[in-house]
Design a protein around this ligand. Sequence first.
Ligand SMILES: Nc1ncnc2c1ncn2[C@@H]1O[C@H](COP(=O)(O)OP(=O)(O)O)[C@@H](O)[C@H]1O
Ligand SMILES: Cc1ncc(COP(=O)(O)O)c(C=O)c1O
Length: 275
Amino acid sequence: MTTHYKALTVAGSDSSGGAGLQADLKTFQELGVYGMSAITTIVAMDPYNSWAHQVFPISVDILKPQLDTIVVGAGVDAMKTGMLGSPEIIELTAKTIKEQGIKNVVIDPVMVCKGADEELQPENTTSLRELLVPLATVTTPNLFEAAKLAQLPPITTVDQMKQAAAIIHDLGSNYVIVKGGSKLNTEKATDVLYDGQDFELIESEKIDTPYIHGAGCSYSAAITAELAKGRSVKEAIQTAKDFITEAIRHSFKLNQYVGPTDHSAYKKSLTATKN
Ligand SMILES: Nc1ncnc2c1ncn2[C@@H]1O[C@H](COP(=O)(O)OP(=O)(O)O)[C@@H](O)[C@H]1O
Ligand SMILES: Cc1ncc(COP(=O)(O)O)c(C=O)c1O
């Protein structure tokens, strides 16, 4: 009998489909894991005003029954968080992880959407640092988020990524992966992984494309899916890196403002290799 591993995303809805819980569920499906979602926020983009993001947090009273349905009603092998919307939502999510003893927790500390360089909701950063990062198996900040969590100036080098990873580890996250992505001035797409003892560079070729909407969400969702299947954190991160590299290689233009990654590309690349 096939085992159906179960993963939960506690995240925002990206109406345009490339990031947020939509990206997470597509990624879970592609990696063979049954996905469930608890919606924290709804993000809409204004097609009449340069795709400006509008963020509508959901009341914490509507999050609680969703979490109960999933965590109590079905059980989860791994979970991730994405955009959380308010300090109250972060508090409830942390309480649920603790009270229900959830293992394999990936915290993607979403503070910005690509193209913006300001925190969407600065009041959430303190709650993320104090309540959620201490419960993380893995925390997956991009450069901007790593600097905010570690309370450092803007990060531009691998050494600074290491420094931030060590500080975030000290907050209580078992593993930290700081994503260099397109922004870091290196030849490769370089992420820094820290397990409390050693730093490891996780690298892939850097793909020359502006279309990387949802890359961070999809990457952390791929880590979550692999943890749900019982892989080690390092194995999960390597598969996730392969998954996101293929997804970015096949990313596409959705409109004049945005281009999402292609979640189906990794599985196709495996089939192509076999044939
Ligand atoms: N142009 C690119 N080519 C290859 N990998 C990339 C590229 N841009 C980002 N990545 C990788 O995608 C993953 C998500 O990173 P990033 O896009 O920085 O996250 P976020 O969406 O949180 O800002 C990381 O592994 C990063 O290195
Ligand atoms: C709901 C939601 N979560 C997360 C993100 C962040 O996306 P990315 O993976 O591109 O950083 C966005 C960006 O639009 C979003 O709308």
